[in-house]
Every structure is written in structure tokens, then in C-alpha cells.
Design a protein around this ligand. Structure first.
Ligand SMILES: CSC[C@H]1O[C@H](OP(=O)(O)O)[C@H](O)[C@@H]1O
Length: 318
């Protein structure tokens, strides 16, 4: 059975709590937009497309409960600033409501379209992954980050299912550990060979010739092809360029922000210092030391070989 991060149940949203994976599988029952907003803020659900889908259902729950649509929209809009899918999805459901259409039908369409896009990206992207490839990835871009299947991890899944031998280097992705906890969990379930590495191991692996390509997701892509993604992605792009390793971004067109050209204008989320100063809830840093915690960085189009979308491959200068 395929991994699913959430299930729409019309009167509530069932959400797999990603904060306790991989050792516990606990489901949250979310009954209104405020509960959904809190789940997004707390990263019980995360990943740009998944955030968009869940926020759209949160809007439906809030409106069904009779809350003013503007309050519902603003509560959800103000959860996390970087992933464009959040705003894309909320704009679609609010427009549906304004135009007298059914926002619930729109929310279901958003989920169905995202899953279909992931399968299409998998089919397109798998041909770019050589047989016996050692692929390096960061964060989680699988079924847990989307409506199902995944983006970059979806390409890996499709290549594996097509019979290609693929090995995955999984950057642990400090501090939330999306790689060590979530990507590893999905790969184990899929039976895809992999090894978890510390984020700082990536460059040495590339230097030793142990990486054949890099596959990452995206949270927001600008008109010129600059990409906001998990913090550390930019570093990987510089290393990949230096070592002449193909660097692919996999993202649906719903992640593309048509209003922004320069990646440096993308709002970058700054999360609590506590997430850096602790290791999965256990405080490791001294109380008196401050911490800077940017959750994303921006990779310029010049560092990207190509962006794989459900509509085809956009080659860049990388
Ligand atoms: C398929 S997009 C996943 C994308 O979202 C992640 O960020 P977060 O876990 O903080 O929501 C990361 O940037 C992934 O590439």
C-alpha cells in the first residue's frame, strides 16, 4: 500500500503526524482551519505540495464550520512563508468560493492533480537517472511531502519500480531530520537501497566519485529558475557544480511563482532557535548561545542542470 500523508474525510482531515515518524505512526484528527494551521506551523505535515493540499482542506473545514472566509484564509496563509504551493492552493479554493463553485471539489482536485503530477514527473525523470546510479538527495520529497508518490523521491521510486538499480545517499537534513527520519522510512518501505549520511558528508562523497547525480525538491521556483528549497540545497548545488555532477530539481508547476523573478526576493522562513539548539527534542547547546535557523536557502538557476516538471524538463545553465 502506498504511503499517504493525509486522508480527506469531509468532516475532518486525518493527518499522519510526521513529528513522531519513523518510530510511531500516529494520526491527528483535524476538524477546523485552526487545527490545520497549527499542524502546518508545527510541521506535523510538511513539504510544499502536502502543505498546499492540507491547507486547502483546512479552508474547507473552516468555511463549513461557518468561520468568515477571510479569517480562515489569513489563518492558513500565515503558517509558513516559503512554500508557494500554500498560496497557490489557498488562492484556488478562495476563488472557487467567490465564484460560487464548491471549494471542497477544488481542494479534492488539487490533491488529485498533485498525485497525477508526481507520477508524471516520475515517468519523465526516471529516464534521466542512469542504471546503477548513486543519487544524493536532501530532506524529504516523497509521498509524505506531497499528495502521494513524491517529487524527487518520486523519480527515484519510479526508476526503482522500472527495474533500475538505484542507490540513495540520504542527507539526514538537520535539524528536523526529514532525511534520516522520513526519507529513510519511505525508502525502507519501498525496498530501495540507501545510506543515511550527515549533511556534511555530501561534499567528500562527491570528491571521492561516489555520487552520480543530485535530485532535490523545491518549495518555490521563480520565473528565471531560481529555487528555494531546504537549507543545505544551495551548498549541494555548489559542490555538484564544482564536481561536474548533474543537479536536478523535481517540482510540479504548482510550485512555480509567476510573480517573482529573482530568487533573493523569496521569503525565507526563520524557525525557532530551539530546533537548532536541540537534537530531536533533547537540548544539546548551552542556554546562553543564540542560534540562526533559516529553514530554506535559494539555489540560482546557474547551478541547476534541469528542472523536472509534470509538463516536461526545463534545461538550465547548470
Ligand atoms: C516535495 S517538496 C518538499 C520540500 O519541502 C521541504 O521543506 P519542509 O520539510 O521544511 O516543508 C523541503 O524543502 C523539500 O524539498
Amino acid at each position: 500500500m502506498e504511503v499517504k500523508a493525509f486522508f480527506w474525510k469531509k468532516t475532518h482531515l486525518l493527518l499522519l503526524d510526521q513529528r513522531v515518524l519513523p518510530h510511531k505512526e500516529e494520526w491527528l484528527v483535524l476538524e477546523d482551519h485552526r487545527q490545520v494551521a497549527q499542524a502546518i506551523k508545527d510541521m506535523a505535515v510538511r513539504g510544499a505540495p502536502a502543505i498546499g493540499c492540507v491547507a486547502a482542506y483546512g479552508f474547507v473545514l473552516g468555511v463549513k464550520k461557518g468561520y468568515p472566509p477571510e479569517e480562515v484564509y489569513n489563518t492558513l496563509k500565515n503558517t509558513r512563508p516559503t512554500a508557494y504551493n500554500l498560496f497557490y492552493a489557498l488562492d484556488r479554493v478562495t476563488r472557487a468560493l467567490k465564484e460560487g463553485a464548491d471549494p471542497e471539489e477544488e481542494a479534492v482536485k488539487i490533491e488529485e492533480e498533485d498525485y497525477k503530477a508526481n507520477r508524471q514527473m516520475g515517468e519523465i525523470g526516471k529516464d534521466l537517472v542512469p542504471d546503477n546510479a548513486r543519487v544524493l538527495t536532501i530532506c524529504n520529497t516523497g509521498a509524505l511531502a506531497t499528495a502521494g508518490w513524491g517529487t524527487a523521491l518520486g523519480v527515484i521510486r519510479s526508476a526503482h519500480r522500472a527495474g533500475k538499480k538505484v542507490f540513495v545517499w540520504v542527507c539526514e537534513t538537520r535539524p528536523f531530520l526529514q532525511g534520516a527520519r522520513l526519507t529513510a522510512w519511505e525508502l525502507l518501505k519501498e525496498g530501495i537501497p540507501h545510506s543515511i549520511i550527515t549533511d556534511s558528508t555530501a561534499g567528500f562523497l562527491m570528491k571521492k566519485g561516489m555520487v552520480d547525480c543530485v535530485l532535490v525538491g523545491a518549495d518555490r521556483i521563480t520565473r528565471r529558475g531560481d529555487v528555494a528549497n531546504k537549507i543545505g540545497t544551495y551548498t549541494l548545488s555548489v559542490l555538484a557544480k564544482h564536481h561536474r555532477i548533474p543537479f536536478y530539481v523535481v517540482a510540479p508547476t504548482s510550485t512555480f511563482d509567476p510573480h517573482i523573478t529573482d530568487g533573493d526576493t523569496i521569503p525565507i522562513e526563520e524557525r525557532s532557535q530551539e530546533e537548532v539548539k536541540s537534537f530531536h527534542g533533547c537540548r544539546v547547546a548551552p542556554d546562553g548561545s543564540p542560534a540562526l535557523h533559516w529553514a530554506f536557502d535559494v539555489t540560482p538557476a546557474e547551478n541547476i542542470t534541469a528542472i523536472i516538471t509534470e509538463k516536461g524538463v526545463v534545461k538550465l545553465q547548470g
